[in-house]
Design a protein around this ligand. Structure first.
Ligand SMILES: C[S@@+](CC[C@H](N)C(=O)[O-])C[C@H]1O[C@@H](n2cnc3c(N)ncnc32)[C@H](O)[C@@H]1O
Ligand code: SF4
Length: 447
């Protein structure tokens, strides 16, 4: 049964692919680890309701931040929800603006700057070293060169940006015009997260990507030549995707010099459900996507990429500063609609766009709500962070070994048994690709 799915999927696999290693991991999976029932790791605010209203959260944060360590680094995240058009497959909080585009952009930039200035007056935030300024979306380049320049200037005026601060943004290849690349370079940006999704021509057409694979690679090469670090996002499970096309895409991106790869499985939520129905993806089996994910992970490992996050394969230059903030224990100042941040034990989030734009009052950032981690959540936090980082250090092993699963074996034993973990060179454990696929399930089991 297991082989009847595996062999047809890999029948035309390129000869270099070590399918026996992949087969071994697949065959090791035992209940409760069902490829079709993998879970996403979720933040605490997604698991339970806010305890505090937005204004109360702001009050508590201001009080907490008067006692914060003055040298504790800070990550700044700015969310930009706009895109030139909404891609059918996309599950992120982003949308196309209707009329009055310029005035929406201007008001939003103004609103972000208002919020940045407000936070900069809290406690010692203004003087704490900023590890990264990361613009996510949506498509931050949609703000245009003027909007981006205003934001960058506001960050520099309000916070302790140092020469080591990494300036990063998420973008599509089509929005990387030569003038935009130069403008961002001049503003200090040196890291790109390009949503490549797929380099297969026919898949790109089906998902509405405008640039050809050659153009994507050219733009990546241009920014790499300017000394940027480039990370790409790829999705497994897009319509029309083929194993060989997926692996070829990775090979081309590696040859172009890409520093990091984030691999995702296509997620289907209410916002992309209609598109998924049109492509007959709603009742899909996840197994082919798991096989593709395994093959991609194997190829990246073969090319020497390590992991600094469960689903991110990186070379030596790619520190992935924003996404790895929990591993370093940085605080996260998140600004903008739906952005969620964390200071110590306190998590907060912003509302959706219309509410966010309405909610700024004199002296209020307009938060949606907040909550403090419970003692139990604090106890498992280091364990969760270790799983998310893909590496369980030797000194944390006893804490993992003490956790007993419902079938009375230690969780670690159960994870070994299904090949979710393997010994790491430092005496700890590392997640295998099975572990990456089930990272969210593993975290749920820690509760
Ligand atoms: C929020 S998007 C922003 C990137 C940029 N706007 C773009 O389109 O390339 C960040 C990444 O989320 C991933 N993503 C979007 N929709 C997804 C979905 N339905 N399932 C899995 N990943 C998805 C994509 O890989 C995308 O590059
Ligand atoms: S995939 Fe990127 S460009 Fe497309 S809607 Fe989502 S955020 Fe916007």
């Amino acid at each position: 049964m297991l082989t009847t799915q595996f062999d047809p999927f890999f029948k035309d696999a390129p000869p270099y692919l070590d399918i026996e290693t992949i087969r071994k991991e697949w065959l090791a999976l035992k209940p409760p680890y069902d490829v079709n029932r993998w879970r996403l790791p979720l933040p605490v605010w997604a698991l339970r309701a806010f305890e505090d209203s937005g204004p109360r959260a702001w009050e508590l944060l201001q009080s907490d931040l008067t006692h914060a360590e003055p040298t504790k680094p800070l990550c700044i995240y700015l969310h930009v929800p706009f895109c030139s058009s909404k891609c059918g497959f996309c599950d992120s909080y982003s949308f196309q603006l209707g009329g009055q585009r310029e005035s929406h952009i201007e008001s939003y930039v103004e609103r972000l700057c208002y919020e940045l200035r407000l936070w900069s007056k809290v406690g010692n935030l203004r003087s704490r070293p900023v590890s990264t300024v990361h613009l996510g979306g949506g498509t931050p380049t949609f703000l245009g060169e003027t909007g981006l320049a205003r934001l960058a200037q506001c960050c520099r005026e309000c916070f302790a940006i140092t020469p080591a601060t990494e300036w990063a943004l998420e973008t599509t290849a089509s929005s990387l015009t030569p003038s935009m690349i130069t403008a961002m370079h001049d503003l200090g940006f040196r890291r790109l997260h390009v949503g490549v999704q797929s380099l297969e021509d026919h898949v790109r057409r089906l998902i509405g990507r405008r640039s050809s694979p050659r153009v994507v690679l050219d733009k990546i090469e241009q920014t790499l030549a300017m000394g940027w670090i480039v990370s790409v996002d790829l999705i497994c499970g897009l319509p029309g995707q083929t194993l060989n096309g997926f692996l070829d895409g990775i090979e081309h991106l590696i040859s172009a010099g890409v520093n990091g790869f984030s691999l995702y499985e296509l997620l289907i939520y209410p916002q992309n459900q209609r598109w998924a129905e049109q492509h007959s993806l709603v009742d899909r089996s996840h197994i082919p996507n798991y096989f593709m994910f395994q093959a991609g992970a194997w190829l990246l490992k073969m090319h020497g990429f390590g992991k600094n996050l469960f689903n991110h394969w990186a070379d030596q230059r790619d520190a992935n500063v924003y996404f790895t903030f929990p591993m370093r224990g940085d605080d996260l100042l998140a600004i903008g609609t739906i952005a969620d941040g964390v200071f110590g034990e306190y998590h907060y989030r912003h509302p959706r766009y219309p509410d966010y734009m309405r909610a700024a009052h004199e002296g209020q950032p307009g938060l949606e709500g907040g909550l403090r981690r419970t003692p139990q959540e604090n106890r498992i936090k280091p364990l969760m962070t270790a799983v998310l980082s893909s590496h369980i250090p030797a000194d944390l092993l006893p804490a993992f070994q003490a956790r007993i699963s419902p079938d009375h074996v230690s969780l670690v034993e159960r994870w070994f048994d299904s090949a979710l973990v393997q010994p790491a060179p430092d005496g700890g454990l590392e997640l295998t690709t099975n572990g990456v696929w089930f990272a969210g399930n593993m975290i749920n089991e820690l509760n």
